[in-house]
Design a protein around this ligand. Sequence first.
Ligand code: C2E
Ligand code: MG
Ligand code: MG
Length: 656
Amino acid sequence: MSLLTRISRLVSAPTDTPELALAQWRALSRQIPLMYVMLVSNTLIVAWTHSAVAPLELTVYVPAALAALCVVRMLMWWRNRHKVLDPQKARTNLRAMIWVGAALAIGFTAWSFSLYPYGDAYLQSQIAFYMGITTIGCMFCLMHVRAAALAVGICVLGPFAVFFIATGQQTLGAIAINMVLVVTVLLIILLSNSRDFADLVASRSAIAQRQLETQRLGEENQRLANIDTLTGLPNRRSFDRQLDLALQRAEAEGRQIGVGRLDLDGFKSINQIFGQLAGDRVLVEAARRIESLRRADTFVARLESNTFGLILAGPIDQQTLVHAGEVLCGAMRLSFEQPEGVIRLTASAGFAVSQPDDTGDQLFDRADYALSAAKREARGSAVVFSEVHAREISKVRHMEHLLYSADLDDEIYVVLQPQYDVALGATTGFEVLARWRSPVLGEISPADFIPMAERTGRISKITQCVLRKALAIGRTLPPSIRLSVNLSANDIGSTTAIEQIVALFERGRGPCQIDFEVTETAAMRDLKQANQSLLILLGLGARIALDDFGTGHSSLTHVQKLPLHRIKIDRSFVAEVTNDIASRAIVKTMVDLCRNLGISCVFEGVETEEQLQALIALGGTVMQGYFFGRPMAVDEVETYLRRERTPVQREGRAAG
Ligand code: C2E
Ligand code: MG
Ligand code: MG
């Protein structure tokens, strides 16, 4: 870079970053008014000391004009000191300031020189001193804009040195040299200072930039953490927070709010039949429909796969919720046109109204309970949590407590239901079914207490109790009779539970063989673990039946993967076999499937002669159901078997 370019750069207007221009302007707007006060005061003092010797123009008019110019500039800077300028304007002001500074420097220098001839040696020295000290002061005030400091320095120092050396006065020439040296050093310091200032501003603006970026990323993270990326709706986390807030607000204002949970029924099968992409599109469309129907004060979120949550801020009553539920479920019943075909589904919804002192979880649990009631009793529509539900819950809680504290060996007993082989014309085994006789509540159906025991983790103890009893009964029965014990998902999903079953089994084994039944849903929870558990049981000589086939996933893959010896076709198919062609076709397929896989097939819930005949015609052999015998008390089994062996009985069954 040539010297000339360097100099022109040094004295040119600031071309740096906008941040630097603004920072320079801010710094100067504090310092420049002070500079003008100093300049005007020093000038007035010099004018006063020369008032007796110099003409009026030089002691009054010219300094007054220069001072007035300074005051105008000072007021301008003072007025603008708190203004928020844009960088361009700041640059323009700085550029103007450099030119004005240079012009004033020349003006004041010329005025000072014009006074020189009138004074004696003292006054002449004062002129030199005034010019030197004022220039240094001004350069200090302008230090943040190096071009301005340089302009003032050069405009005064050049003429100053030439003038005083030219006077021929030794002392004044020496002062001029002193002045050149001091101002040169001062300029070097100011230049490095102005570089430091520029660096400081640059690093400060880089930090601010990074902070902004961090804040932006933080906000983006926060947004992503709170929305469901598929539908764009708020997610579960946001729903929970919103629910707590809405409850607090409602509590403070003495209002009630409503909470809803809406589930797309049978959504899993949409994924299976049409593919996950179609499933996703249905969810997006469902979210859009809900969004388009919501009131401004209703908050909608996607809670999990096919479940949406609603917070209705009010005003809320039972009627409003019923209406909201009907509208939403109605919107979901409209078909979803997809490239894969038209998808039709229903949605069930549960709603609950807040009570004083409710927590978000309590309120949501009530909506959830209403949803299960809707799924159970009014699939495809909405149910609002009511007093009846509250009573049901407290009954269930009471029952749970009683089951938890029950003496299982005493209160759980078993009944046996025969499994009849039509081809052999004989009962080949019994299913062992648990019953609970609570001293407080009386007889309780397994349909009630088994799911409850599974939920509360009590089921393994019940399984062990039933197995102990089955083993004891097995010791009293002929070796040809097999007993089937039901296992739950918790049993086959836990190695500890299986170890306990194995220990019991080995301790109590009798002549009669024990088999186990598992449902497909139970096996599905953890197919790998279920497979391992069933193989262990198989190793004990037990056989495994897949219970209630046709009600779960009914997947052939599972049938093949599990070590099964038998499939139990659910009674829903048997009930329809006499009057529904489709059911008959399904039953036929299942029978063929079992035959091909080399496993036996049992029909559950055979209640009538017609059903039996239909099943035999389709190739069925092993039957279980009220037609052959209801679940019976243990002491009735012996009589049942004895009666079966009588010729009359056998003929009757064989004819059936
Ligand atoms: P499951 O294992 O499928 O048992 C068959 C159920 O169908 C029994 O109901 C039985 O009484 C009933 N059933 C049999 N034949 C007919 C018929 O012809 N018509 C009709 N309508 N029903 C018939 P139960 O005893 O009420 O048991 C219900 C469910 O409870 C069982 O279904 C089983 O899943 C569970 N369960 C029962 N005992 C146990 C047990 O000891 N352990 C486990 N984990 N579950 C059990
Ligand atoms: Mg069973
Ligand atoms: Mg069954």
